[in-house]
Design a protein. Structure first.
Length: 445
């Protein structure tokens, strides 16, 4: 077992408070009190026992010793009743005081061997180690004292990080990726919006305290559609995977969600037949674009209907990517959704339709401003007297191409689905006849 996993066992079910004193005694209900604590130096002649001030855990302590240690008696038992002491030490060099450190003294009662003394730069780190000793000794026994205390404190600090801090860290990284061109603006924006919504729900929660049950409660609280819930759950999975990879958590609680849990949370996914256009509707759409002076979106319509390109690919592709002589269009990695280059065959009817529009070096779709193509595309759909569903061009291509060739793997490759034909059969194919497939790829205007 790795050190991080070993240490993280210590923190399971351990609520980190400002002071762990209340876990061992019920004294948190008492008011601030003063007790006479024995001074470590009283064995020396002339020394005078001093009074150390013990404050309740919810008191905002001040001063160099956090109000718990005095200059004359610089040792307290912490947590109370355990026999563990924290001692303030003034370090000197050449008779000059240069800084103060804090020593944690652990008696043989806990180590099972010999006493241990560990020094820390701050009083809070010393307190943290004393808190951890109690839990660590209970869980791991004597093995616990073989672990470097600095590693324990470092791991504790990581496990104390809030989910919101992790999210801000990832958002900053995504912003860097966006500036480098590694991810697209839409990807960065989508993650940022969803991650911030997750951050608001889990506000103040330490990432290590999030459980699979907590995730279930969160998903059940959402009123959105199934797909939206699934997207948010995937975003949380990404966040927790990142936290695990950076050792902020020992394991990802989202991974313990079973398939049954997912079905219960999101509901059973119902098959929805893809929306496609008929042969007649496709021909009418192309004719309308010409008649209504929307000739500049014709190349995108042709490539969408007869090559199955995605809408975002249509908006980014340049005429230099289209080889009419060799009859293929190249989708570069910087254009493709999956960041994978692919060549898509151009059928004979599309070659005839595209040739008059060829403009070397220019974009295939109108792009004088970022939403120009979208606006003209919406205008065209409004002019038509039939329903044009989401991704209808790509769905139509997948359905008619498979009907014509009867080869699901060939159709999947053309569409950029490199991991088999599952996606084709699940989302893109509607049953049509081979005759209709042939008619579709014979369309001319």
């Amino acid at each position: 077992m790795c050190l991080s996993s070993l240490i993280s066992r210590i923190f399971e079910d351990m609520e980190i408070k400002e002071c762990a004193y209340s876990r061992f005694k019920d004294d948190n209900k008492e008011k601030a009190k003063h007790v006479d604590a024995p001074c470590e130096n009283k064995r020396h002649a002339g020394s005078t026992p001093a009074t150390s001030t013990i404050l309740p855990f919810n008191y905002a302590v001040q001063g160099p010793h956090n109000g718990l240690l005095s200059d004359s008696c610089q040792k307290i038992e912490y947590p109370s009743g355990t026999g563990i002491y924290i001692k303030s030490i003034t370090n000197t060099s050449a008779k000059q005081k240069y800084f103060r450190s804090y020593q944690v003294y652990i008696p043989e009662l806990f180590t099972g061997n010999k006493r241990i003394r560990k020094q820390f730069k701050s009083f809070n780190l010393a307190k943290d180690y004393a808190d951890i000793v109690i839990k660590g000794q209970k869980k791991l026994g004597e093995v616990f004292f073989e672990i470097d205390p600095k590693s324990i404190i470092k791991t504790k600090t990581k496990l104390s990080v809030s989910l919101s801090e992790i999210i801000e860290e990832i958002i900053a990284l995504k912003k860097e990726f966006l500036e480098r061109g590694t991810i697209r603006p839409k990807t960065e924006k989508s993650f940022r919006i969803q991650a911030k919504a997750i951050s608001r729900y889990f506000e103040g929660k330490q990432v290590a305290s999030i459980t699979s049950e907590g995730i279930k409660v969160w998903v059940r609280s959402m009123s959105q559609a199934r797909r939206t819930k699934e997207n948010y759950l995937n975003t949380l999975r990404e966040i927790l995977n990142y936290a695990h990879s950076r050792s902020y958590i020992s394991e990802n609680p989202a991974r313990s969600l079973s398939k049954i849990d997912i079905k219960e949370l999101l509901g059973v996914s119902c098959y929805k037949e893809p929306s496609i256009l008929t042969v007649e509707q496709t021909q009418l759409a192309l004719k309308t674009a010409i008649e209504k002076d929307m000739i500049d979106i014709m190349p995108a319509l042709i490539l969408g209907f007869f090559c199955g390109l995605r809408t975002e690919e249509l908006k980014r592709i340049n005429w230099d990517n289209i080889n009419l002589k060799e009859r293929f269009v190249t989708i570069d990695a910087n254009i493709s959704k999956k960041r994978r280059i692919r060549n898509v065959s151009i059928p004979n009817n599309a070659i005839q339709l595209l040739t008059p529009f060829y403009r070397k070096g220019e974009y295939v779709s109108p792009n004088k401003y970022c939403s120009e193509f979208d606006k003209k595309f919406r205008k065209l759909k409004l002019l038509l007297n039939f329903k044009w569903g989401n991704n209808a061009m790509r769905h139509s291509f997948g359905s008619y191409h498979f009907a014509l060739y009867g080869d699901s793997m060939k159709t999947s490759r053309e569409m950029g689905h490199l991991n088999g034909d599952d996606v084709l059969f699940s989302y893109y194919r509607k049953l049509v006849s081979q005759t209709k497939g042939q008619q579709y790829f014979d369309i001319l205007v």
